[in-house]
Design a protein around this ligand. Structure first.
Ligand code: SAM
Length: 265
């Protein structure tokens, strides 16, 4: 992206995780600072691209799984720049009537998603901090597109590592308590269960972007599914979650991300 084409107020000289993620996926909505910072992460963890790609593939598999369970509405918190294979594309391939509300608070993400959705009636972008649930749940787009009386899928994919332990329990319940039974919760989460030393060094690089990471263990991720039954195979590496044999990695722990889907009781 050239520095002339971005929403006003964006500091193009400071690396931002949403735009680094876009760059890692091969997207073009990022600046030199994002690319340079991601290169530093790659030097620490040569698997960084694999982490991102495995997560995005998991997101698509989880959306398709939810749709097979009859879900046709999605609330995607921390949706990211819609680079390749984003939620409404995956959902609309199976059912063009399915509805998607994206939520993000990164200005380039918000602007690009709005541009992309200009001609799409059943998907919309909410510019909000997911840690302020009322601003998400009461947003006009949320109320227009999502029916709270019917099951929906709540996606928190590669985003909760920016929510602290102090914020987490009340926050999650504010979203999940209002979901109809049969709703699905999809979570993926960075972990330092493997290679803690390496992840500490990666964590320091994220601190420089003013978006410090909170890693969570497999047990801590399982605990986020309070009130939900985990669907098979439970909490596993993102690369393993309902992956086809040809998608499996020889060492799935290299995805450094736990993933799971639960069904609300
Ligand atoms: C790593 S990307 C993941 C994108 C997508 N969920 C996926 O898994 O492909 C995380 C996104 O969460 C957004 N994000 C981080 N903290 C947020 C917050 N408090 N409120 C809303 N969005 C947030 C970032 O701007 C970024 O776009």
């Amino acid at each position: 992206m050239s520095d002339q084409h971005h929403p006003p107020g964006v500091d193009t000289t400071a690396a931002n995780p949403a735009r680094m993620y876009d760059h890692a996926l091969g997207g073009v909505h990022n600046f030199a600072a994002d690319r340079e910072h991601f290169a530093r992460i790659l030097r620490e963890d040569p698997d960084a691209r694999l982490v991102v790609a495995a997560n995005r593939a998991l997101l698509r598999r989880a959306v398709r799984y939810c749709m097979r369970q009859g879900i046709d509405q999605f609330l995607d918190l921390g949706s990211g720049i819609p680079t390749v294979g984003n939620v409404h594309e995956a959902a609309h391939q199976l059912d063009p009537r399915s509805r998607v509300v994206y939520v993000d608070n990164e200005p380039v993400t918000v602007a690009h998603t709005r541009r992309l959705l200009r001609e799409t009636d059943n998907a919309a972008m909410v510019d909000a901090d997911l840690r302020a649930p009322e601003s998400v749940l009461r947003a006009a787009e949320t109320r227009r597109l999502l029916d709270p009386d019917r099951p929906l899928a709540l996606l928190m994919v590669a985003v909760l590592h920016w929510v602290t332990d102090a914020e987490m329990p009340g926050l999650l319940h504010r979203y999940t308590d209002v979901l109809a039974p049969g709703s699905h919760l999809v979570i993926s989460h960075l972990t330092d269960d493997y290679r803690p030393g390496l992840m500490r060094r990666v964590g320091r690089l994220f601190e420089e972007t003013r978006a410090p990471l909170v890693y969570r263990s497999r047990t801590e991720v399982a605990d986020l599914f309070d009130g939900f039954d985990l669907v098979p195979p439970g909490v596993v590496h993102s690369a393993d979650w309902q992956a086809q044999p040809y998608e499996r990695l020889p060492a799935p722990e290299r995805s450094k991300t736990w993933a799971a889907v639960g069904r609300k009781r």
